[in-house]
Design a protein around this ligand. Sequence first.
Ligand code: ATP
Ligand code: MG
Length: 171
Amino acid sequence: MQLKRAFYIGRFQPFHNGHYSVINNIEKEFDELIIGIGSAQRSHEVADPFTAGERIMMIRHSLEDTDILHYAVPIDDIQQNSVWVSYVTSRTPPFDVVYSNNPLILQLFEEAGIETRTPPMFHRQKYSGTEIRKLMLEGEDWRKLVPGPVVDVIDEIDGVERLRNISRSDA
Ligand code: ATP
Ligand code: MG
């Protein structure tokens, strides 16, 4: 029997419990998962503080205790939507189905004739990258909103300190 592979893309700045629960909820629908690390070239920016490599670490350690076999593939922005799907598929293992809530991503894959599915949102107000980065900047508790291994990675790289520094101006 042929393996069924799924594709899930995000920026994962950082990888949080919403992403984790989506992956766990759809796990039975595929054999292997390809995780696209979007805007891979970005880091050290207020909306994109972590490097692709750091995001790969977050995901690898978070999925370590599951049965999910995944490939994390960095995907740089190309600013040319019309060829984006072939750009993605030229860099990833082959896949059969795309999971996303992003209307543009769904549109582009549907136009390319690739099956798409929209996973349900999981406490979107709480589990949101934007909200978590805001809590980090404000010195509030963000740790309960991400898998434990993500806390360890962010602590290892002094991620909160980095985010605070890059949010300051020289004025
Ligand atoms: P940001 O606020 O920085 O955009 P985000 O929480 O939306 O962060 P992304 O990396 O942009 O995280 O999301 C990747 C994918 O995961 C997107 O399709 C997004 O809609 C989805 N997603 C984000 N948060 C949740 C959640 N709480 N439940 C389900 N899906 C989510
Ligand atoms: Mg988002």
